[in-house]
Every structure is written in structure tokens, then in C-alpha cells.
Design a protein around this ligand. Structure first.
Ligand code: CA
Length: 360
């Protein structure tokens, strides 16, 4: 009882009381005030929320000694320039998706997602235990950055199509909003990929400038309203089987942090990483049911499309490996890790899931 009263009063005046309660390392430590530039708009609340969670946890763990001010995409720097801003010290840290920067080096995609790559669980296994973090940090060092896994959406959806896609032939000439490596593979299959920002997708789809568009999954897609104009909702988003978001920290700023502050940051990143996937797994099924009620038709990509896309993807990786030694080095490790993981996941996980989802 006494303890409960104590905790309650500690929570009530968090600013002062929590500082007094903070471990000595923080109580005697400096006040650190950093800015975080997110690549994402506040409307993508689950992804954007990871930065708020990080800021909140750091504040609480350190008793207010480590303060992060979070800025949405475009507020301090354009959403797609977060890596550059952290690299040159415009901001101390950022939250982004590493595959936005494949123009610098395609190997950065391993820090996020490659088509037919790792699932969210496999990505975590690779990062935390399979040597992924170490390999990726060697690459990020070139950009004066240390990075931390910072959330995952899980398998995304394949997007909204005005017309039903019955076979590979139906992709010919199809104009689809799909950026990045997924778009490059769609182009190899005959489609015409387009890169459009979130806010431009709905009007383009509505006036018929594009025939299809992918975004994230039911929860985020519902808010943009694609189901009102393109009813065919395809799965899976094979180009994003477990895309990981990342927190970037300027390496010089990181090295200046006292060890306890570094530990607090790293711990809060792990929480944000786990939290995002759980939040999506909570929100997506409910959104999917609402979308179906409003007329969305769930459809699986035809097998010939999946097979052709996978073949094109791995041909692209082999090609890239020939001309990019960094990519080749990480790809070799990543691919053997992926092949091993899939051998395991198809045994207990896949059979359990298949029975569970489809048995009466
Ligand atoms: Ca997507």
C-alpha cells in the first residue's frame, strides 16, 4: 500500500519527482536536448508514433535528462533527406526507412526490406543475432551514422487495383504507384511504376492517371480511401515482406553521449521496434474487416506473377552483386541467413499457422 502511494505521487509530478528518482548516472549527468527528424507525416500515426514513444521513454528513463524533440517529415528537412540531415549534423537523429536511400547504395535496402526478403521476425533475428546490425553499421559508418531497428509494419498489402489482375499478362502497361525496388521489378514484369507521395495517390487513382496503387496495409490504406475507387485489394505486398524502419544517430553525437544515455537510447529503440509491429497487428485486422464491409475485394496475386517477380528480384540482386562489392558482401550473408530461416519457418510456424487459419 505504501509502495502504491509512493508510485502514485511519483507519477503525479513527473518533471521534478522523476528527476529526483533517476539513477545517479542521470541525476548527476548533463541535460541533453536533441532534435529528431522523422521521414513520416503525423497521419501515418503508427509509424510516426515510434519517434514519440522513443522521446517519451528517454525522458522517463533519464528523469528528464535526455530530451528529444520530434519533428514530422518536412518540418525541419524533407522526408527523404533524413539520412543526409543526420549525416551532416543538421539534426542529431532521425527516423526513416533505409530503402529510401538506395540511390546512394542499394545495400542500404538490407536495413529495411528487399522484395521476397525477410519477414519481420526474421529481420529481427538477423539484426539482433544474425550479424545484421554489425554488417549494416559498417555501411552506415560511411555516412557518419549509427542506426537502430525502429519498427516494422509486418507484411504489407499488394495494393488497390481498379481492375482484376488474372495473370502476368494483365500487368502489361498497367500504371501503378509503387516506388523503389518493387517498382523496378514491376517494370520488368511489364507494368509502368510511378512514384507518388501519399497525398497524391488518391486523386491520381480517381482520375484514372494510374490503374493501381500500393501504400501500407489496411489501417493506413483505409485513411486514404482507396477502397472507394479501386475495389480489388491484392495481397501479399511481396516487395515489403517485413520492412524495418530505423533510427539514425549522428555518430559523433552518439560518441559524445555518456554510456548510461546510450543504453537508455538503445533500450527505448528496442521497445519502439517491438511496439510498432504489435500495434499494426492490433489495428490491421479491424481495418481489414471495415474495408471488406465497404466493398473491398480481397484477392491473392496470381501465382505466375509471384513466381516471375521473385525470379526478376533475385536476378536483379545477382546483377547488383557483380558491380557493387558492399552489396555483394551483405547479400551473401543475408541470403544464406534467409535460406536457413525459411527452412525452419516452414516446419513449425507455417504448419501451425496454416492449420490455425484455415481449420473450421
Ligand atoms: Ca508499401
Amino acid at each position: 500500500m505504501q509502495r502504491r502511494t509512493f508510485l502514485k505521487s511519483a507519477g503525479a509530478g513527473l518533471g521534478v519527482t522523476a528527476a529526483a528518482l533517476a539513477p545517479k548516472a542521470f541525476a548527476d549527468g548533463p541535460v541533453i536536448k536533441w532534435h529528431l527528424a522523422s521521414s513520416f507525416p503525423k497521419s501515418l500515426d503508427t509509424i510516426f508514433g515510434a519517434s514519440d514513444l522513443l522521446a517519451d521513454r528517454l525522458n522517463k528513463i533519464t528523469g528528464g535528462k535526455f530530451q528529444l524533440r520530434v519533428h514530422a517529415g518536412g518540418e525541419l528537412v524533407p522526408g527523404l533527406q533524413v539520412l543526409d540531415a543526420v549525416q551532416n549534423g543538421t539534426v542529431e537523429c532521425g527516423h526513416s526507412a533505409s530503402y529510401y536511400y538506395v540511390g546512394k547504395n542499394m545495400a542500404l535496402a538490407f536495413d529495411c526490406a528487399l522484395p521476397f526478403g525477410l519477414t519481420a521476425r526474421q529481420q529481427n533475428a538477423w539484426m539482433y543475432f544474425g550479424g545484421g546490425i554489425k554488417l549494416m553499421r559498417e555501411l552506415f559508418k560511411q555516412y557518419n551514422i549509427i542506426q537502430f531497428p525502429g519498427g516494422n509494419t509486418g507484411v504489407q498489402m499488394g495494393g488497390w487495383f481498379r481492375k482484376e489482375i488474372k495473370s502476368l499478362a494483365d500487368l502489361k502497361g498497367l500504371k501503378m504507384r509503387i516506388p523503389g525496388i518493387g517498382g523496378q521489378i514491376m517494370a520488368k514484369l511489364g507494368a509502368v511504376p510511378q512514384t507518388l507521395a501519399g497525398g497524391d495517390i488518391y486523386p491520381s487513382l480517381e482520375r484514372g492517371a494510374i490503374d493501381a496503387a500500393e501504400w501500407v496495409g489496411p489501417y493506413d490504406d483505409e485513411k486514404l480511401g482507396f477502397h472507394k475507387i479501386a475495389k480489388n485489394y491484392y495481397y501479399p505486398g511481396w516487395w515489403e515482406g517485413g520492412p524495418q524502419l530505423s533510427f539514425f544517430v549522428n555518430l559523433k553525437k552518439w560518441n559524445e553521449l555518456p554510456p548510461a544515455y546510450q543504453a537508455a537510447f538503445e533500450t527505448a529503440c528496442v521497445e519502439a521496434n517491438v511496439n510498432m509491429l504489435a500495434e499494426y497487428d492490433f489495428k490491421n485486422p479491424q481495418a481489414m474487416m471495415r474495408l471488406i464491409k465497404q466493398g473491398a475485394k480481397l484477392r491473392a496475386f496470381p501465382k505466375d506473377i509471384m513466381e516471375a517477380a521473385k525470379k526478376a528480384a533475385f536476378a536483379m540482386y545477382e546483377e547488383e552483386a557483380k558491380k557493387n562489392p558492399t552489396f555483394a558482401n551483405i547479400y551473401k550473408e543475408w541470403k544464406s541467413f534467409r535460406d536457413m530461416e525459411n527452412q525452419w519457418f516452414k516446419v513449425a510456424e507455417a504448419s501451425y499457422a496454416n492449420f490455425l487459419y484455415y481449420s473450421k
